[in-house]
Design a protein around this ligand. Structure first.
Ligand SMILES: Cc1cc2nc3c(=O)[nH]c(=O)nc-3n(C[C@H](O)[C@H](O)[C@H](O)COP(=O)(O)O)c2cc1C
Length: 347
């Protein structure tokens, strides 16, 4: 798949996720094989007003390359200005969010709302493409609702506007995260496209990534929720896509150490207080289905010192060695793939 100077065969990409794909998580996913990572979406309005929190989201490290910065907004002017600001941070490409379904974004005319205003969407895309020398891509859904699926029209408009690749989440705005992503529509888009298509929606394990490539013919696949608490999904998906041979699932040691790595990176970038606090919501997925885990989780979410948190995790690893000797740990992909306990989504 080619975007600007990037040329990667069947890339497995970390999706942009607000409050998830910060610097720490992006770098963790890179270590585990993500080919391209995206920042969280960043408000164009906030960037042009110089809001500190949004400017911080533009910060990246060389280790994350190739990476994309994603921006969202509802006016040509704010998006052009934000694109110019983002360009100074030298991403490999700039991505425009035309897919966010939430009230705080779509309710204000940005994100998925632009699916209902294809002319304005095109004007924004054209103006951003003209404003920067970077490659510009977009990410969207298949339409506003089932009665108004317009992704093929949107594809051609964005191609004409100079967009270099399109990531498609196979749901409508109205569907939010309900049901299953419609991969047939992604295949349809791919068949009509002159630019690379990145397929997104409901890849929960390596086998899903293989199926997504096979069923849609897309050049790349993008993983969001399936990577939360499971950065291993990138290496396992890539291995299965490229060789057909599955990687063994991560054992409890690897999972506990991924949590420790994530915490360490989080503290490095956000400091002890916030780095520690923001990690709390991730422990349950890293430790999912391990024995006696609720007691440990309770300790983890109360502890304020990050080094003490690491010690709790290391003690738990030692405890798990004992359970493993007694045959009480079954390391299989089931627990990692079990997404029945739905994530709480504000996005
Ligand atoms: C917590 C959360 C935050 C998200 N934030 C963004 C975002 O900032 N920009 C974006 O384009 N999509 C965002 N999304 C959508 C994902 O990028 C992706 O399209 C969606 O989750 C479907 O892919 P999945 O089934 O692999 O999770 C977010 C999704 C979640 C769950």
């Amino acid at each position: 798949m080619k975007i600007g100077r990037i040329d990667i065969d069947r890339p497995v990409i970390l999706a942009p996720m607000e409050d998830v794909t910060d610097r720490a998580f992006r770098q963790l996913c890179k270590r585990h094989g993500a080919d391209i990572v995206y920042t969280e979406f960043i408000s164009a309005e906030a960037l042009r007003r110089g809001v500190e929190k949004s400017l911080r989201k533009l910060k990246t490290d060389a280790i994350e390359r190739p990476f994309a910065i994603q921006i969202f907004g509802s006016t040509v002017e704010s998006m052009v200005e934000a694109a110019e600001i983002a360009e100074e941070y030298h991403p490999d490409y700039l991505d425009i969010n035309f897919g966010c379904p939430t009230k705080k974004v779509a309710g204000k005319g940005a994100g998925a709302a632009l699916l209902r205003e294809p002319e304005k969407m095109t004007a924004i895309a054209e103006a951003v493409v003209k404003a920067v020398t970077l490659p510009v891509t977009a990410k969207t859904r298949i339409g506003w609702d089932r009665e108004s699926i317009n992704i093929i029209d949107v594809l051609h408009r964005l191609e004409d506007a100079g967009i270099e690749a399109l990531a498609v989440h196979g749901r409508t705005r109205s569907e939010m995260y309900k049901g299953k992503a419609d991969w047939n529509w992604i295949r349809e888009v791919k068949q009509q496209a002159r630019i690379p298509i990145i397929a997104n929606g409901d890849i929960w394990c390596a086998e899903d990534a293989v199926a997504m490539f096979a069923e849609t013919g897309a050049e790349g696949v993008m993983i969001g929720r399936g990577s939360i608490g499971n950065p291993f999904i990138f290496e396992s998906a890539k291995q299965l896509v490229q060789t057909g041979v599955p990687l063994p699932p991560p054992d409890f040691r690897q999972r506990i150490h991924a949590a420790i790595d994530h915490l360490t990176l989080s503290v490095e970038f956000k400091g002890e207080k916030y780095g520690n606090l923001e990690m709390r919501r991730h422990y349950s997925t890293y430790l999912k289905a391990l024995p006696m885990v609720s007691r440990v989780r309770n300790k983890l979410v109360r502890e304020e010192g990050w080094e003490q948190v690491i010690q709790i995790l290391l003690d738990y690893e030692a405890e798990c060695e004992g359970y493993a000797r007694e045959g009480k740990i079954c390391d299989d992909t089931e627990s990692l793939n079990d997404h029945s306990d739905k994530l709480v989504l504000n996005y």
